[in-house]
Design a protein around this ligand. Structure first.
Ligand code: LLP
Length: 453
């Protein structure tokens, strides 16, 4: 479900013609629909209502402050993985008590920041990390709430780059090692070791891996109970799929139908549930809009070269991800009624939709049947709201795109397009020269190396 529809005058984001945004803001631009974001969050809240979960939006999926603010105002907490994401979550007005913090490499600085912010939960990924959180909390005279991230060894059946819950990934600790972990650390006074966390991968298109993972977590919680360790928080992670092509991604309701019965009774006995959806809320709430710069034929390929590429949306080249891509103002016979089925329309031609980056792997869509594209056409890349802008980069010195939030018939720039000056505003414009050393005992300067000679 989303609020991007083709009408007579072309693609609309809610009630705003996409071409109007492109003319005003330029391209490439990420366009998000406020109503879609809120509706997706609501669906989660409603489907899982019997568990009264804390729904922590995965900031990494879409981290624009205005969007975080929108979701926080609608009751979401935030799943964060860095000090930067914590700063974003707090700046956007999130209740720090609703922030859960995962990540295998938390630095002292980040942990201290999270302790000082009084976040709701550290999702701890290793024994040395736990010892470090305890040491830093003790030094500050505070107490951290900690869940142990366990690796339930469940295959989420997704891309290998985003498979996180099978043995031998860097995340969490093996589930068999959890009892010994609790025996060893539960007495730590600077930490309240009260929870279990698992995030097995992303996107997960089937319900069954969640069911297996949740069952394993519950068995572990019971086993820990027999050893005197009470688990009060269970964080089920994120990974819920979004619909990129077929409309067959399971809905929040499908996941809930399988998971609620497993957890309902525990919740009524006081267990608190946390969930960390990102993609399922943001992916279909955003499109990337780009303009065709050139069309060229090379051998048997017809290339549409657009002003977005792997630097704007990395997913196609990095994960071989499919994103439905279509001109924003197609001729009447090419207006797609159903996105996937439109690939069957008459008069389409195979295109490779590629970017300007100097790599052959820079593409958005390969071998795709599309209406004949021409220079100047606007293209929409659907399903780009999650892991689109948040993974965009400046490779080839390309400024980051603009972001726009549509609300009914109004649109707002929520991140301005970067300028060329923004590209190097953190850099020094002149090459530092070696400071000539007047005497062998010259006062050391901040210039590394020179002072040591
Ligand atoms: N919680 C944790 C601990 C995670 O590592 C992730 C995602 C999530 C929650 C949210 O997962 P989601 O609900 O958004 O699927 N860049 C990749 C996805 C990487 C996901 C990393 N972790 C992509 O574009 O497909």
């Amino acid at each position: 479900m989303d609020h991007f529809q083709f009408r007579e005058t072309g693609l609309h984001a809610e009630d705003v013609p996409v071409h109007r945004i492109a003319e005003s803001v330029g391209t490439p631009t990420y366009i998000y629909s406020r109503a879609t974001l809120l509706e997706h969050l609501k669906r989660f809240q409603t489907a899982f209502a019997p568990l009264e979960p804390t729904i922590c939006f995965a900031v990494k999926s879409c981290s624009n402050l205005a969007i975080l603010n929108l979701l926080a105002e609608a009751g979401a907490g935030m799943d964060i993985v860095s000090g930067g994401e914590l700063r974003r979550a707090l700046t956007a007005g999130t209740d720090p008590g609703l922030c859960v913090y995962a990540g295998v490499g938390k630095t002292d600085e980040e942990i201290n920041y999270a302790l000082d912010s009084n976040i709701g939960l550290f999702n701890c990924e290793s024994a040395p990390e736990f010892e470090n959180i305890a040491r830093l909390a003790r030094a500050r005279g505070t107490r951290a709430r900690v869940a142990l991230r366990v690796n339930p060894d469940v295959d989420p059946k997704t891309h290998r780059h985003t498979t996180t819950g099978v043995r031998s990934t860097k995340f969490g600790i093996d589930i068999e090692d959890a009892p010994a972990f609790f025996d060893r650390y539960a007495g730590e006074t600077a930490c309240d070791l009260c929870g279990l966390h698992a995030h097995i991968g992303s996107p997960i298109r089937e319900v069954e891996p969640y069911v297996r993972s949740t069952r394993r977590l519950l068995e572990l919680a019971d086993l820990l109970g027999t050893r005197g360790h009470v688990i009060t928080t269970l964080d089920l992670g994120g990974g819920f799929a979004a619909d990129y092509e077929t409309g067959e991604a399971p809905s929040a309701r499908t996941y809930a139908d399988a998971l609620v019965p497993l957890l309902e009774e525990r919740v009524s006995n006081g267990l608190r549930i946390v969930m960390e959806p990102g993609r399922s809320i943001a992916a279909n709430a955003g499109v990337l809009v780009a303009r065709v710069q050139y069309v060229k034929i090379a051998g048997d390929r017809r290339f549409a070269i657009i002003d977005a590429g792997m630097h704007t949306l990395l997913r196609p080249s990095h994960y071989d991800a499919f994103h439905f891509t279509w001109p924003c103002s197609p001729k009447e016979q090419h207006v797609p009624m159903d996105r996937r089925a439109s690939l069957e329309l008459e008069g389409l031609i195979k295109h490779d939709v590629v970017g300007p980056i100097c790599e052959t792997g820079d593409y958005i869509a390969l071998d795709r049947d599309l209406p004949p594209l021409e220079r100047g056409d606007l293209l929409a890349v659907f399903g780009s709201g999650a892991y689109g802008m948040s993974m965009a980069n400046r490779y080839n010195s390309m400024p980051l795109p603009a972001e726009v939030l549509v609300d009914g018939d109004a649109f707002h720039v929520i991140r301005r397009r970067e300028t060329l000056e923004d590209l190097f505003s953190h850099e020094s414009a002149s090459a530092p020269t070696a400071t000539p050393t007047a005497t062998p005992t010259a006062t050391p300067t901040a210039t590394h190396g020179a002072a040591e000679q």
